[in-house]
Ligand binder design. Structure first.
Ligand code: ADP
Length: 162
């Protein structure tokens, strides 16, 4: 049986840190599904279908042929199961991430019997979607922190908003 990993996030926006996790996971699993969901604790800015297109472009440019992207509402475990995934994937930057992720992972294990595999952020551990949006809001360049297709999408958004 193939191993299918489900990497959930709000990806608002998808950063180079997220991309690094996808690349690591794609090496370990037969298939990786990037699930773009909603984080009700965060104020989300970017259109999800547009972010999906941008991530698909990045994946294709990177030649990650075993990775696909889906949008979802509701519980991550339900979408992951529907997609046939057998493991959840999350990234860890620091101890704060660990505490937060452990709580979710434990619930998912209890509720759905699905375990979570963590990948280390390593040198990109400083990077977060909120830092990128802070720079974007202050008209600073963000192209060092996100893949090109995502930077283009944010430029589009800037034009729409001005
Ligand atoms: P959520 O809103 O569900 O926390 P995010 O899009 O912020 O979703 O992040 C998705 C996952 O990616 C989380 O597990 C988060 O810890 C991880 N992550 C975020 N930024 C990085 C990074 N720079 N390096 C590695 N993992 C990261």
């Amino acid at each position: 049986m193939g191993m299918i990993g489900f990497y959930a996030g709000s990806f608002d926006p998808f950063t180079n840190g997220h991309l690094q996790i996808v690349k690591k996971a794609a090496k370990c699993f037969d298939r990786v599904i990037v699930g773009i969901g909603h984080n009700t604790e965060k104020q989300e800015r970017i259109d999800k279908p547009k972010m999906k297109e941008a991530i698909e472009k990045v994946i294709s440019e990177e030649g990650l042929s075993n990775v696909e992207v889906v949008l979802y509402d509701g519980l991550t475990i339900e979408k992951a199961k529907e997609c046939g995934a057998n493991i959840l994937i999350r990234g860890l930057r620091n101890g704060t991430d660990y505490e937060y992720e452990e709580n979710i992972s434990e619930i998912n294990e209890k509720l759905a019997g699905m375990d979570t595999c963590y990948f280390r952020a390593g040198d990109l551990g400083y990077l977060s979607s909120s830092v990128v949006m802070e720079l974007y809001n202050n008209n600073k360049p963000i192209d060092k922190f996100v893949p090109r297709a995502v930077a283009e999408l944010l430029e589009e958004l800037r034009k729409e908003e001005s």
